[in-house]
Design a protein around this ligand. Structure first.
Ligand SMILES: [Zn+2]
Length: 175
């Protein structure tokens, strides 16, 4: 990554390179602020409809423009990830969902930005909910296990493999 000068968010003075916990980081000599390289937290949600198909959206924004993806997005500072997941479903597939369980946690390595920790949930559409395309989606559709589309992101593909594994473990169809 290109090296650019950073400044303290508290004092405005240039940060100095410092070794902390075995990592080279930038810190403020004056107030002790450390520019930690923390990952961003995102959610991704496998939303089942009443036929146990998965509701997905085709992206109308970059990255992944034109490709299918699961609803999800960044978790706000004051939000529980499950609440963020429900909010993102409202925004992206325009439907209320109920979180059923945690599906998995995924690490998304980035070379040009902070890495991400993806928290995958399994959710169901609330009874009677009708899906629609949110602002960032070109369209939404539901897919059965046998007809899943190619997904834009590797973390979404991992979440779908975890979802398929749950299916395989089901002894019989319950609902
Ligand atoms: Zn400072």
């Amino acid at each position: 990554m290109e090296v650019v000068a950073h400044f303290c968010i508290n004092c405005g003075v240039p940060l100095e390179t410092k070794v902390l916990e075995g990592r080279e980081l930038e810190a403020c000599e004056r107030c002790g602020f450390v520019l930690w390289h923390d990952p961003k937290v995102v959610t991704l949600v496998v939303v089942e409809n009443e036929r146990r198909e998965v509701v997905m959206g085709r992206r109308g924004i970059h990255p992944g423009y034109g490709h299918w993806c699961l609803p999800g997005g960044f978790v706000n500072d004051d939000e529980h990830p499950a609440a963020a997941a429900v909010r993102e479903c409202l925004e992206e597939i325009c439907a209320e969902v109920e979180i059923e369980r945690l599906l998995g946690v995924y690490h998304i390595q980035k070379s040009d930005a902070a890495s991400m920790v993806g928290i995958g949930y399994l959710a169901r559409l609330r009874p009677g909910a009708v899906v629609g395309a949110g602002e960032e989606m070109l369209e939404v559709a539901a897919f059965s296990r046998d007809g899943l589309p190619e997904l834009a992101f590797s973390s979404h593909r991992q979440a779908m493999s975890d979802w398929l594994r749950i299916w395989e473990q089901l002894p019989t169809e319950k609902t």
